[in-house]
Design a protein around this ligand. Structure first.
Ligand code: LHQ
Length: 256
């Protein structure tokens, strides 16, 4: 239900159920988790690009699988299928870029928010669809959305379930860049390839330290920065960065 292809340092993961707007199934949840674990292990991967096949990015849980309600224990459902997948986004110490090609709804929106950077096609949109079917944002929606757009906007989007356009998403800081639909795939790939040439270990440490910092005091964060800097300072990429600066040339980072 997903496609995964590695080239030029980028693992492109494509959600691939286009006729169902790439809606999640149990198998897809598992395949995404496994693809992220594999990307973490593979030293040639220095950036992950997540996108959707066809018109949509992802429409959330396949409602065909849970129709009727009541019969499915949603708490257990989330704990077994979705929560391990979302946690894997943060455990993956490489940049994860969402290339939001079309609509991202429900858990599909949450997954986009769990990525480190969001690029949107001008055709993309975001629907916090949970409330529209009497549910609560899940898959990290209650965690990431207020942290990215602020509590006021997050409550509005979650309570109304209204569709947000790519332009509006850019205005409120929910996406980092918007590109024309006809060049979107190339632009997103170029962005990911650029990230894949940067100091990957430092980027992993930036991701870990900033995310930890959200739950820590200033003093704890300062301590963690000192710890992370100790690691970053011993990387080959740090040495290369300083040498290149001194030699007035562009650095060639290897991710080590
Ligand atoms: C779909 C879906 C879909 C199946 C579009 N499933 N077919 C997990 C489980 C347990 C506990 C609770 O939490 C969760 C996490 C969740 O994600 S809950 C939220 C689930 N998602 C939604 O409620 C979104 C439902 N979809 C929509 O609101 C709209 O379809 C969106 C806004 C995504 C797109 O709207 P349109 O562009 O107008 O397209 P459409 O509605 O015509 O949909 C296109 C096709 O995709 C259509 O199929 P058809 O055969 O008629 O062409 C839809 O039935 C199908 N589809 N979402 N989640």
């Amino acid at each position: 239900t997903i496609l995964c292809e590695v080239s030029e340092g980028v693992a492109v993961v494509t959600l691939n159920r286009p006729d169902k707007f790439n809606a999640f199934t149990e198998r897809m949840n598992k395949e995404i988790t496994d693809a992220l674990k594999q990307a973490q292990k593979d030293e040639s991967v220095r950036c992950i690009l997540l996108t959707g096949a066809g018109r949509a990015f992802n429409a959330g849980q396949d409602l065909g699988d849970v129709a009727g309600g009541g019969e499915v224990d949603f708490g257990g459902f989330l704990r077994d299928r979705y929560n391990p997948m979302i946690l894997q986004f943060q455990k993956t110490e490489k940049p994860i870029v969402a290339a939001v090609n079309g609509v991202a709804a429900g858990a599909g929106m949450s997954v986009a928010l769990a990525c480190d950077i969001r690029l949107a096609s001008e055709k993309a949109s975001f629907v916090n669809a949970f409330v529209n079917i009497g549910l609560v944002p899940d898959s990290g929606g209650c965690y990431f959305l207020p942290r990215i757009v602020g509590l006021g906007k997050a409550l509005e989007l979650a309570m109304t379930g209204e569709k947000v356009s790519a332009a509006e998403a850019l205005r409120i800081g929910m996406v980092n860049q918007v590109y024309p639909a006809d060049t979107f795939q190339e632009e997103a790939l170029a962005y990911a390839r650029k990230l894949a040439t940067l100091p990957t270990r430092a980027i992993g440490l930036i991701k870990r330290t900033m995310n930890k910092g959200l739950d820590m005091s200033l003093e704890e964060t300062l301590n963690y920065e000192a710890y992370a800097q100790g690691i970053a300072g011993s990387t080959e990429d740090h040495k290369e960065g300083v040498t290149a600066f001194m030699e007035k040339r562009a650095p060639r980072f290897t991710g080590r």
